[in-house]
Design a protein around this ligand. Structure first.
Ligand code: 5BU
Length: 493
């Protein structure tokens, strides 16, 4: 039995699509000549009206939930011919949305119109599709709609194959909302015993190695996932996240032209505040270990908050929560430090399961904040930078981290990792520590690399501690790290 709630609805949809043969596993020769271990074709859905109704509801709910403002400006929907047409008709009838139809081929007789329906110039139109691979069919449909004077900035799809479609569309000004994506489908099918772990791994591997470009042709499968997936500007990604904190951080990074986070690992309050005042203009985020400050008090917190407002940076308490839900809730909201009252961001291990992370998210929503508009978020620790970290083993922390981020989209900021391990998901932020310009290690297990290497591996925010703090001139060092990090980002997009 699938679980309850929205996640349960999606699970049931996935299992039903599998039952009716909409998703198949085996060896399938594609038009391009490539052999694929998975075949997705939901044309058969028209034979299952009850399933069609549920699918339409899930698509409508997903769009409404993530785009409530945009929805008010979208009086029209159009399906990409042909499979999406019955789905679009269903949405139009059930939710009273005006539908327009785009012809696949232009008529040589009659009116010769490419777009049929009732619409006015300049009206907004949502494009609906069943499966997205590269996004090229959506772009073709948009071209025709725009030729007729309609505006198309949103697309809604049942299944995102996670082969680069959402980035391709985003880089051309279309925000894609998907109900299901391939990694979630695979993990659900594995969870319910429909496929083996081996099939899941093989299929993910295949999808990762075959990103699609916009001609529908497959790129050389040897490049790394990160290199293949286009990098988008932070400003654009601000509109692609469900996490309020991420929106704020993306916007701040663009405004301040800094993606540098300083790890303020000093033990006295006065030293901390002195250095913060000096380095604040260079950073977007300040990370600390509050429990290592000898003379901690709330005067320290208030002064740090004032500096964060004055110089525009966010506060990241690197608490690395790891306990059961009841305890992490207290560690976050109570005790000497009352972290949730002042830290915008905290991080958590997933070792106790997503239940603990959920408890943190719940505690965050109820805690008093300095200003009403302040937001809270959690970073999941997915890979550590130490040479002997257990996160280097085969435990599927990647899958578990992605699943938790998907289940708590408004609370999870992203991941602390060493290499971006996911494609697309542009709303999530990849934080990378272990960066130093003149050392390869700290002699105690910490491994270092350059800002450029971190950004090449997918880092959005680069965390630097001793590289700055132990330099003879910390301000000059912060300026240098800042410009190397920002330039690497600009080169990557
Ligand atoms: P360093 O001085 O740049 O080595 O400091 C790195 C900081 O990042 C330090 O505060 C660590 O607690 C933090 N860190 C890390 O180094 N490696 C990790 O995997 C994680 C956090 Br998670």
């Amino acid at each position: 039995m699938a679980a309850e709630g929205p996640a349960g609805k999606r699970e049931k949809l996935i299992l039903d699509l599998h039952d009716i043969g909409g998703v198949k596993f085996g060896e399938y020769k594609l038009k391009t000549g490539v052999t694929s271990p998975i075949y997705v074709d939901v044309r058969c859905i028209v034979g299952y009206p009850e399933l069609m109704v549920r699918l339409i509801d899930c698509m409508w709910e997903a769009f409404q939930e993530r785009n409530s403002e945009a929805m008010k400006r979208l009086p029209l929907i159009a399906g990409v011919p042909y499979t999406a047409l019955p789905i679009t008709s269903g949405m139009s009838i059930k939710y009273g949305w005006r539908m327009v139809m785009v012809r696949k081929e232009k008529k040589a007789y009659g009116t010769g119109r490419e777009v049929e329906g009732v619409y006015r110039q300049g009206e907004g139109c949502l494009i609906v599709e069943d499966v997205v691979t590269s996004g090229s069919s959506i772009l073709e449909t948009r071209e025709k709609l725009e030729r007729d004077g309609l505006r198309c900035e949103h697309a809604l799809v049942l299944i995102d194959r996670e082969q680069g479609g959402s980035s391709n569309l985003a880089s051309r000004g279309i925000k894609l909302t998907s109900v299901l994506n391939m990694s979630e489908m695979l993990s659900t099918l594995k969870k319910y015993g429909r496929i083996s772990e081996e099939v899941e791994r093989e299929t993910l591997d295949y999808l990762g190695r075959h990103p699609s470009n916009l001609n529908g042709r497959f790129l050389n499968g040897l490049k790394s996932k990160v290199a293949d997936s286009p990098r988008l500007r932070f400003a654009m990604r601000a509109d692609m996240t469900d996490c309020e904190f991420n929106k704020n951080l993306f916007q701040l990074m663009e405004r301040k032209k800094s993606n540098l986070c300083v790890a303020m690992d000093v033990t006295s309050k006065s030293e901390f505040l002195r250095l913060t005042e000096l380095l604040a203009p260079e950073i977007c985020l300040l990370k600390l270990h509050v429990d290592t400050i000898d003379d901690f008090d709330f005067d320290f917190v208030h002064r740090l908050q004032d500096l964060s407002l004055e110089h525009q940076f966010f506060i990241f308490e690197d608490r690395k929560f790891a306990d059961i839900a009841q305890v992490v809730r207290r560690q976050y909201a109570h005790g000497v430090h009352k972290i949730c009252t002042w830290a915008h961001l905290v991080d958590s291990h997933l070792i106790s399961g997503a239940s603990s992370v959920k408890a943190l998210a719940e505690a965050a929503s109820g805690c008093p904040k300095q200003r009403a508009e302040d937001s809270r978020a959690i970073v999941l620790i997915t890979q550590m930078s130490t040479a002997d970290a257990l996160t280097r083993s085969e435990v599927d922390l990647f899958g578990a981290s992605m699943q938790a981020a998907r289940d708590m989209p408004s609370s999870i900021s992203g991941f602390v990792c060493q290499k971006k391990f996911y494609q697309d998901a542009h709303g999530l932020i990849c934080y990378v520590p272990g960066v130093h310009l003149s050392s390869e290690s700290d002699g105690g297990g910490q491994c270092y690399r350059t800002p450029e290497s971190a950004v090449e591996s997918g880092a959005d925010v680069i965390i630097v501690g001793r590289g700055i703090l132990e330099s003879p001139d910390p301000v000059a060092a912060a300026k240098m790290y800042r410009s190397r990090c920002w330039d690497a980002y600009l080169r990557a997009i």
